[in-house]
Design a protein around this ligand. Structure first.
Ligand code: NAG
Ligand code: NAG
Length: 513
């Protein structure tokens, strides 16, 4: 390790220095655990692992979106490198500017450095399968280009300068979102590529030259909930396909909201299938997207993924993480046990005392919740400036939003309460009957010892404010002891109603708990 490091630029202090580094520089840092690089100095998504000579190389796209930008701004791939890996922390090297779409592919637009993977080819060189946009492409210009290098971390040159090996034009016309390539070089040196997004998964064999398509692509439709982010692997005689699934529902084993994704998997006896769905490998994470990678090192298997857990992270400011993965060899074929996530100690601190006891309650919506929104967002203590739908709760329904919406908090044991507040979300002005305006009115009730819902006696001036605020004023009331509080929200409108949106619903105890 020491010898390797001496050849690199080693920053004395990692924090804040990274962005100033010149291209193709590398930096070493000590990670205190997941996310691997969590200080917010640089965000990394879609980690794709490769092990060569007992060294882990993990390609990732750099997320460059600002804190309130809801878009993937990705211009560059970076690469993590490590030898003694431990999800609880360790020493890593980060290589910057490993590749960018327009630096490797003369036919590509800049940007769109989506999920990509480096594999070692039949000729032992390193091949980058990259999601990039074709300059003269179709309406959806995403395509798959192939770069090649003598080193896992580049520099890469175009291995197929004629253009992408997969696009909406080649090898056959298709209208899918051609991103998220995953490649397996099988033990018999046959090569297989899968790719796709938005519920479409395709696979095809490649020639030993790593770029020529052999035969016709297959379409896979048997992997329950497949959304995107396929990862093809082999263990023993069994092929494994890990992927981001988003079959959503209140009782779905995958995800409660349509925006999040679990990592699910299926198996096949042969590289092009047939594929059988097997289960969930990783529950939803803090970012809406999820992306798996699978690797074995020193006899231990690991899953790579990303989260929004880094400092000032978000759905478009993601950070690579990894954890141990284990197999159940008692099943046929062997199955993957669900992965237990670990986080750096600073992210697992107990919550400091607070008057807001809402996070201790279970939230429910009597009217149900449209699948893109999430009741869990009511009491997660996160109020984002520019949220995606699962970051708040909302009643907005395409057909008909209800006039009366009832939200309930239930605590496992009695709590004392003397205040509440609602941080409303709105995208329409007060009084509107379309979209999500502020509500017309609202009030809260508590459940007394007999189970009767009783209105509280409001003591603060101004009643129940409906103005939109991320820091709403407290509505204070007489101290009550209860196991349940409900909020009755009357939607804005008449005959048809707007939705009601709530970033956060707070319930205050008289003293910090
Ligand atoms: C791996 O080890 C072999 C044998 O020592 C060497 O030829 C090769 O360059 C190494 N590859 C990498 C990526 O370090
Ligand atoms: C509720 O508790 C807070 C904090 O102790 C206190 O400031 C406030 O006056 C209380 N309100 C009522 C109505 O008791």
């Amino acid at each position: 390790m020491t010898k390797r490091l001496s050849a690199l630029l080693v920053a004395a202090s990692f924090c804040g220095q990274l962005l100033a580094l010149q291209p193709r520089q590398s930096v070493s840092f000590d990670s205190p655990g997941n996310p691997i690089l969590g200080d917010g100095s640089l965000y990394t998504a879609d980690p794709a692992p490769l092990v060569v000579n007992d060294t882990l190389y993990m390609l990732a796209g750099r997320d460059e979106a600002g804190p309130t930008t809801n878009a993937f701004i990705m211009n560059e791939w970076v690469m993590f490198e490590a030898q003694d890996i431990d999800p609880a922390g360790g020493e890593w090297i980060l290589h910057r500017d490993v590749a960018s779409p327009s630096s490797v592919f003369a036919w590509a637009l800049s940007g769109g450095a989506y999920a990509s993977q480096v594999v070692q080819g039949v000729d032992r060189r390193f091949y980058l399968y990259a999601s990039v946009q074709e300059r003269n492409g179709a309406s959806d210009a995403f395509s798959i280009g192939v770069g090649v290098s003598d080193s896992p971390s580049g520099p890469f040159v175009d291995a197929h300068p004629a253009g992408p090996i997969i696009s909406q034009r080649v090898p056959v016309a298709n209208n899918i979102h051609n991103i998220d390539p995953t490649v397996l070089v099988d033990t018999d040196e046959r090569v297989f590529l899968y790719w796709g997004s938005f519920n479409q998964l395709r696979g095809v064999e490649l020639d030993r030259d790593m770029v020529t398509i052999k035969g016709s692509p297959v379409t896979v439709s048997s992997l329950t909930g497949f959304f995107e982010a396929a990862w093809l692997a082999k263990r023993g005689d069994t092929y494994y396909m890990l992927y981001a699934g988003n079959n959503a529902g209140p009782n779905s084993p995958c995800t409660p909201t349509s925006y999040h994704a679990c990592i699910a998997y299926g198996t096949a006896p042969a590289p092009l299938g047939p594929w059988t769905f097997r289960g969930v490998v990783l529950d939803i994470v803090s970012s809406t997207t999820s992306h798996p990678g699978l690797f074995e090192m020193g006899g231990q298997w690991y899953l790579t993924y990303h989260t929004a857990d880094a400092a000032a992270g978000g759905h478009f400011r993601r950070s690579a993480a990894f954890d141990r993965l284990s197999w159940n060899d008692d099943t046929q074929p062997p199955s993957i046990r669900k992965v237990e996530r670990t986080k750096r100690p600073s992210l697992s601190q107990p919550r400091p005392p607070s008057r807001n006891v809402a996070p201790l309650a279970e939230a429910e919506s009597a009217n149900g919740t449209p699948i893109q929104y999430w009741t869990r967002a009511l009491n997660d203590e996160r109020v984002l400036e520019n949220p995606l739908p699962p970051d708040y709760w909302c009643s907005w329904a395409a057909e008909r939003s209800p006039r009366v919406n009832t939200l309930t908090y239930t605590w496992p044991q009695a709590v004392r309460l003397n205040g509440t507040a609602m941080a409303f979300f709105a995208d329409q002005p007060a009084g509107s009957s379309i979209g999500v305006p502020p509500p017309a009115s609202w009030h809260v009730e508590y459940r007394d010892a007999e189970g009767t819902w009783c209105e509280v006696d409001v003591r603060s001036a101004g009643g129940y404010p409906t103005a939109v605020s991320r820091m709403p004023p407290e509505v204070s009331f007489q101290t009550v002891s209860t196991t349940a509080l409900r909020a009755v929200l009357i939607a804005s409108g008449s005959s048809t109603y707007g939705g009601v949106g709530v970033h956060e619903w707070l319930a205050f105890a008289p003293e910090p708990v």
